[in-house]
Design a protein around this ligand. Sequence first.
Ligand SMILES: [Zn+2]
Length: 142
Amino acid sequence: MAYELKKVLDEIVSNSFPELRERKIKIEYAQIENAYFGFNGNKKGYELYVDPKMKNVSKNLVLGGIVHELCHIVNEMNLSRYMSRKDRLLYKKNSHYFQLDEKNTDLQAILRGYGKGILALSKLKKRLGGLTTNEVKKLLKK
Ligand SMILES: [Zn+2]
């Protein structure tokens, strides 16, 4: 059983990302280096990648991963070309910047209403950055 990624993506965008409704976003199962979810592209169009290992995990985890990547995209869309180039460079070269950016992206996803997804994502053993499971739990406490 695998998720129909395009269907999942369209649902997320129409429910929670009004600013992406007119954007071209492709999504497919593909292996990427050091991550289970990723994206590529520019303002003209984006591609999302989901590791094939994510075919048999909970819906929350898939939602969390996709929403996290969409938050990266929205963040980048809001930067000028100069700033987005700088942002990508720092993200690659500075591990502290990377960590803070990953945590901030998780926060954005929680703000969009996908706390359970980020909680599931935080439990992935090989995840390199982002909020810890404890941090997410504290944020989701009412
Ligand atoms: Zn990320």
